[in-house]
Design a protein around this ligand. Structure first.
Ligand code: NAG
Ligand code: NAG
Ligand code: NAG
Length: 541
C-alpha cells in the first residue's frame, strides 16, 4: 500500500517539470468574458500573452463594425481603450494573437453598454395655488437603453402615474420626461412627490438600477386665518410682560408688520416680526394693535387686530397749577389732576385740611378765577380704582402786598407821664411784610427808629409825644399806619411835675397830614388852656 502511493507522487513531479521547461504560448483578455460599461466612462480591454517572444495582435468586432477605440500594441500585450465609452461600443470584441506563422490564438469579450448617470429631476409647475391644476414633470437624464426605462410618479404613498418606454427604439442616450397633471387639493400641500426611475436589465450587472427623487408639494397660498394671540392676555396688569403673536397660514411665509393705532388717530409702525414683546406694559401701551401679513407671491394681504387694555392701580400723569404754583392775587388759576388706570380711576381734587366739607372740590380740575389769598394752601388729589389708590399734593402760593396793617397799643387807655407804652404793628401779606417804625420829627422829617414790630417806650415823657408811623413792606408794596401820641389833659394841683395824660389817635399815615395833627394838638391845648404847644416844642429842644 505504501509503495503504490510513492509511485504516484513521482509521476506528478515529472509532469510539472515538463510544463516549466516548455512555456507554452497562451493568451487572455482582461477583464474576462463580459464587461458592463457606462456611456461616458473609460474602458480599457487588455489582450495579454505569455510564452511568445514577439506576438502580433489584432482587434475586431463581429461583422467588422468600427472598433470605437484606440489600440496600443506593446511587446507582450495590446490594449483597446474606449474613451469615452459610446453606444457604438456595444459589441463582442475579438482579440487574435499570432506567435510566429502557425501559432494563432483568439478570445472574445462581450462589452455591454448602459447609461443611467443621475437621479431624476422633478419640476412642479409653475407656482402652485390650491384648487388649481398642478403639473409634475420628472426628467430622467441621459438614459440608455431607454426602452428598458420604467418611471413611477407618486404623491405620498399613492401612485399617480406609471410609464414604460418598451415600445420605443433606443439608439442613443436620451433624456426621458414624464409629466402628470392633477387638481391640487389643500391637503396635498406638504406631501412628497416622488419620481422612481428604474432601468431593470436582468442580465446586466451595474448599480444602481433604480434612482429616486422626491420633492415637497409646496403650493403658494394665504395668508389666511390670520389672528393675534396675547400672552398672558389682552388685559395685562401694569408692569407685566406682554407677548403678542401674530399667527397666519401662508406659503411662502408672509411678511408681518405690527402697527398700533394711537390716540391721535395716527398709526405707529412697530416691528416686522411675528412676535411683539413688551417686557413691561404701561397704561400707554393700551390700544388697538394691528398685525398685517403679506404674501409676496400670492400678493395677498390680511390683517388682524386686538384691543389691549392694560389694567392696574392709578398712576398720576399730572398734578399741576396754571399759570404757576406761585401766583398773584387776581390771576385766574386752574389746578388740574389726572391719572391713568384701568378701570378708569375716580379722581378727587380738593383743598387739603378743609375737612369733610371740602370746597372747592372737583374731579380733576379746580378753577379759581381772580384768585385771592384765601385760596392759597395745599391741594390734594386722590385717584382710586379697584386695584388701589394714589395720593399726591401740590401747594398754591398766592402772593399779595401788605394788608390789614394794624397798631395795637398797651395799655389801651390813657397813660400818665412816666409810664410804659408798648405799640405793636401787625400786617398780613405774602411774602410776610417787613415791619419798621418811624417817628415824625418836629422838623417834619421822619426818622427810622425801630426795625421790629413791637416798639416799647419806657418812662414816657413829653419828648416822646408825636406821630409814630409803622410801615409794612414786601415786594408788592407797602402799607403804613400811624399813631399820634398827644396830650389829652393836665392834672391840676401839682407843683414841679407836669403830669400829662397822653392819648393816642391812629390814622393812615398818608391820609393824615402832619399839619392837621399840629393844628389838632394846638387846638387841644387851647381848649385845656394849660398846655402850650410852643412850650412843648421848646421843651424838646
Ligand atoms: C500579463 O500576464 C502576466 C502573467 O500573468 C502578468 O504578469 C502581466 O502583468 C500581464 N500584463 C498585463 C499588461 O496585464
Ligand atoms: C399686487 O396687487 C396689487 C393690487 O391688489 C397690484 O397693484 C400689484 O400690481 C400686484 N403685484 C403683483 C406683483 O402682482
Ligand atoms: C380771568 O378770566 C376772565 C374771564 O375769563 C377774564 O376776563 C380775565 O381777563 C382773566 N384775567 C386774567 C388776569 O387773565
Amino acid at each position: 500500500m505504501l509503495k503504490e502511493m510513492g509511485r504516484t507522487s513521482q509521476d506528478v513531479v515529472i509532469i510539472l517539470c515538463l510544463l516549466m521547461t516548455v512555456k507554452a504560448f497562451e493568451m487572455e483578455i482582461v477583464p474576462a468574458n463580459r464587461i458592463v460599461a457606462q456611456i461616458g466612462e473609460t474602458l480599457t480591454l487588455t489582450c495579454n500573452t505569455t510564452g511568445c517572444a514577439s506576438p502580433s495582435f489584432s482587434w475586431r468586432t463581429q461583422m467588422d463594425n468600427p472598433l470605437g477605440g484606440t489600440v496600443n500594441n506593446h511587446k507582450t500585450y495590446s490594449t483597446l481603450i474606449m474613451n469615452p465609452v459610446r453606444v457604438v461600443n456595444s459589441h463582442d470584441y475579438l482579440c487574435t494573437v499570432f506567435c510566429g506563422e502557425k501559432d494563432k490564438k483568439e478570445k472574445s469579450i462581450k462589452v455591454e453598454i448602459y447609461s443611467f448617470p443621475s437621479d431624476p429631476v422633478i419640476e412642479i409647475s409653475p407656482s402652485l395655488v390650491s384648487g388649481e391644476l398642478a403639473t409634475v414633470i420628472c426628467k430622467i437624464p441621459n438614459v440608455y437603453p431607454s426602452d428598458h426605462l420604467e418611471v413611477l410618479l407618486m404623491k405620498g404613498e399613492h401612485v399617480l402615474f406609471e410609464k414604460t418606454f418598451h415600445e420605443e427604439v433606443s439608439t442613443n442616450v436620451e433624456t426621458k420626461t414624464v409629466a402628470y397633471s392633477f387638481n391640487l387639493k389643500a391637503d396635498d400641500i406638504g406631501k412628497e412627490i416622488t419620481c422612481v426611475a428604474k432601468l431593470p436589465i436582468a442580465d446586466m450587472d451595474f448599480e444602481p438600477k433604480e434612482r429616486v427623487t422626491s420633492k415637497k408639494l409646496n403650493a403658494d397660498f394665504g395668508p389666511r386665518n390670520t389672528n393675534i394671540t396675547a400672552s398672558p392676555g389682552k388685559y395685562p396688569m401694569e408692569g407685566d410682560p406682554l407677548k403678542l403673536t401674530c399667527v397666519t397660514e401662508s406659503n411662502p411665509p408672509a411678511q408681518i408688520v405690527w402697527r398700533k393705532h394711537l390716540a391721535d388717530e395716527s398709526i405707529q409702525h412697530l416691528i416686522e416680526n411675528s412676535t411683539l414683546f413688551i417686557p413691561q406694559v404701561h397704561f400707554t401701551d393700551s390700544g388697538l394693535y394691528l398685525c398685517e401679513v403679506n404674501n409676496l407671491v400670492t400678493n395677498k394681504t390680511e390683517k388682524a387686530a386686538m384691543n389691549v387694555a392694560v389694567q392696574g392701580a392709578p398712576k398720576f400723569t399730572e398734578l399741576s397749577i396754571e399759570p404757576s404754583t406761585t401766583v398773584q392775587e387776581g390771576e385766574n388759576v386752574s389746578i388740574q389732576c389726572s391719572a391713568d388706570g384701568n378701570p378708569p380711576p375716580k379722581i378727587i381734587l380738593r383743598r387739603k385740611s378743609d375737612g369733610a366739607d371740602t370746597r372747592p372740590y372737583s374731579e380733576g380740575r379746580i378753577l379759581l378765577p381772580s384768585v385771592t389769598f384765601l385760596s392759597g394752601g395745599n391741594y390734594e388729589c386722590v385717584a382710586k380704582n379697584k386695584f388701589g389708590e394714589s395720593e399726591s399734593e401740590i401747594t398754591l402760593n398766592v402772593e399779595y402786598g401788605p394788608r390789614n396793617t394794624m397798631i395795637s397799643i398797651i395799655p389801651a387807655a390813657v397813660v400818665k407821664e412816666g409810664e410804659t407804652v408798648t405799640m405793636e404793628c401787625t400786617s398780613s401779606g405774602n411774602p410776610a411784610p417787613l415791619i419798621s417804625w418811624k417817628k415824625k420829627e418836629s422838623s417834619g422829617e421822619s426818622e427810622k427808629i425801630f426795625k421790629e414790630a413791637t416798639l416799647t417806650i419806657q418812662n414816657i415823657k413829653i419828648q416822646d409825644l408825636g406821630l409814630y408811623e409803622c410801615e409794612a413792606y414786601n415786594k408788592f408794596g407797602k402799607e403804613e399806619k400811624s399813631v399820634n401820641l398827644l396830650v389829652q389833659g393836665k392834672l391840676e394841683g401839682t407843683d414841679q411835675m407836669i403830669p400829662l395824660i397822653i392819648a393816642f389817635s391812629s390814622a393812615a399815615a398818608t391820609a393824615v397830614p402832619v399839619v392837621a395833627i399840629l393844628i389838632y394838638l394846638s387846638r387841644k391845648a387851647k381848649i385845656n388852656g394849660s398846655y402850650s404847644l410852643v412850650k412843648a416844642l421848646r421843651l424838646k429842644v
